[in-house]
Design a protein around this ligand. Sequence first.
Ligand SMILES: NC(=O)c1ccc[n+]([C@@H]2O[C@H](COP(=O)([O-])OP(=O)(O)OC[C@H]3O[C@@H](n4cnc5c(N)ncnc54)[C@H](OP(=O)(O)O)[C@@H]3O)[C@@H](O)[C@H]2O)c1
Length: 378
Amino acid sequence: MAHQPFSISHPHVLAMILDDPTHEHLLVALFAAFLSAILVAGWRLLSRHRPIIRDVKTEYPSTDIVGNFQHNIYPRIETRKGGPLARASEGKTLLITGASKGVGRSIAIMHAHTRPKCIILIARSIPSLDSVASELAAIDSEIRIIKASVDVCDSKAVSTFFKNLWYVEKVGRIDVLFANAGYLEPIVPFAQQDISLWTKAINTNVMGVAVVTHEFLRHNFAAVGGNPDGTTEDKNKKALQNATIIITSSIGAALTFPGCSAYQPSKTLINRFCEFLDAEYGAASSFGADGLRTFCFHPGGIPTDLAQNMPKFILDHWRDNGHDSPDLSGGFTAWLLTPEADFLRGRYASATWDVDSLLQKKQEILDGDLLKVNIRMK
Ligand SMILES: NC(=O)c1ccc[n+]([C@@H]2O[C@H](COP(=O)([O-])OP(=O)(O)OC[C@H]3O[C@@H](n4cnc5c(N)ncnc54)[C@H](OP(=O)(O)O)[C@@H]3O)[C@@H](O)[C@H]2O)c1
């Protein structure tokens, strides 16, 4: 028998209501309708304010080291309203790529609360950059804001941009680089890939980070009066002392997700690049313990424009169960600027890892040289 959906216009129910001289059925029907309306409105309200909660551990058990996740900015890494990181980038010059939206925008906003001297915003879309710049100015009108439309994959454009920073804007040493711009190709097996989009992912996530980092280092060496290639040894310490590069990587760096053959390896490669920067200019190099600080991190799972190429089941999961907040990355990267995070230099970490739980693992991480890319031999 076909299922008959219940409806208030069902002929029997309607007849019962109309034939009832006491209007008792009518009152019951009206009360039921009122109750349903309240329940629906309440559900909609609750859905809108559903907390950002997602059990990452059950999804990717092999990519966790702390077992204690955060999904939104929390008091320990708060930069706003006099939070513990309210001075994390005091007096510093910050450069953020991919700053027009998503994770990069949140990094810019959360760091605008930390008293930086200057924030330099890069992306391709000028209107979006203008809007982020206005948000920053509203937070702290004393911050110098520079914005530029630059394609990070275009090495000539990046080089021209840095020349402009030096000769026109007179920007000296840049203290922090957030190499954040990224692209995710549609997730399909390799033969089905549009090779130009596959290449775009490699170019943006690898070449985009490398080219900007190259110019950043050369800018800083030159800014202190040395050769841009870092061959004036007595100047190098000043160029890189406590300078920091934070690369937005991905949990995907540690996963083999079929269909993601450009994005995930590109993030693995960039983690490895982070290890090289640390080896060449960080604590282990001739620059001493005050050398370049380099980190790569996963910002969490967020339905940004980039993430719209994720498989539908993940987007549905985020819609139905909530997702991580992009603000988490703002707070987490502010914490990476503190000496407390030094043990993560040259390593990968996730913004979703509670920093106190991460600190409890410090010795284990150092002893095992964990959170690095390696080829397993057994
Ligand atoms: N969302 C997630 O769940 C997630 C998870 C793991 C890692 N990530 C990483 O987080 C980073 C930020 O991504 P998102 O999720 O915030 O995405 P998004 O909201 O789409 O932002 C991407 C940013 O990168 C900029 N960009 C892209 N290509 C560029 C290029 N060639 N030159 C200059 N700027 C470029 C975009 O600005 P224009 O388009 O204006 O240039 C935009 O500002 C990426 O590295 C991504 O891999 C994201």
